[in-house]
Ligand binder design. Structure first.
Ligand code: SF4
Length: 238
């Protein structure tokens, strides 16, 4: 996080006034505030990998990142890629060795199985390369919509919105949409969210969700966009 440079003039207005603003204006102001607040470009393992994109490594790190914190993803990714950074090399590892290398990411037995399966299919069907089409990625067991979109956005620069738990929860709290499932959120956001923010949306909202707008008891008193948020569904906050 970094201190906000240049105060958003709208933060001086009453909350009631702001909530009467057009939704598109609120989204724009929220994104401007979050961009200033978070130094997101350096912060997550997957985000740093965008600098020199390697589709296979991005896919594998994304699979390792499921249900764990970023520091664990980074540790597991480093250990694994030091030994095996291609589908062929992953398949050459024994199950035990692979599990040991990715242990820090949690759920390591299940993840090791997924990594082997994904590597096998990439070699069998795609000549060892990661496909750049969503349907093809989703056809591989273990790759869900969020992982597919991360790969498309981060590795291939495609204009898609990877929606994880933070990207689903926070826009609902902000009153941008009213959805029950991440797939619905993706569809609704595609309609209302400005394209210029698509490539950074996931990285920014993951950081925001991990540090401030947390699942249980968000830190609303420290939130850089509290003046733009109706706090939908919040019962307890700090
Ligand atoms: S005010 Fe609270 S609920 Fe709204 S975005 Fe900020 S942390 Fe989340």
């Amino acid at each position: 996080m970094r201190p906000s440079h240049g105060r958003d003039p709208s933060s001086n207005l009453g909350r009631g006034v702001l909530l009467k603003m057009k939704k598109s204006e609120r989204i724009e102001k929220t994104m401007q505030n979050l961009e200033k607040y978070f130094d997101y470009r350096e912060r997550t393992t997957l985000n740093r990998m965008r600098k020199k994109p390697n589709a296979f490594k991005i896919l594998i790190s994304c699979l390792l990142s499921l249900r764990t914190q970023d520091k664990n993803t980074e540790k597991a990714s480093k250990s694994l890629f030091a030994v095996a950074d291609t589908p062929k090399k992953i398949l050459q590892l024994s199950d035990k060795k692979l599990e040991k290398l990715i242990y820090s990411s949690g759920h390591y037995k299940k993840k090791a199985k997924t990594l082997k399966h994904v590597s096998k299919i990439l070699i069998k069907k795609y000549k060892g390369k990661v496909p750049d089409k969503k349907e093809e990625l989703l056809s591989i067991k273990g790759i869900g919509p969020k992982t597919a979109n991360i790969v498309l956005a981060f590795a291939f620069g495609q204009s898609v919105l990877p929606i994880d738990t933070h990207c689903h929860r926070i826009p609902n709290r902000l009153g941008w949409l009213k959805t029950k499932k991440p797939e619905q959120t993706e569809k609704e956001l595609e309609k209302i969210f400005p394209k210029k923010y698509w490539s950074e949306f996931n990285a920014l909202f993951v950081l925001f969700g991990q540090t401030i707008c947390q699942p249980i008891s968000p830190k609303c008193s420290q939130c850089p966009v509290k003046h733009l948020c109706p706090r939908i569904g919040i019962k307890r906050s700090r």
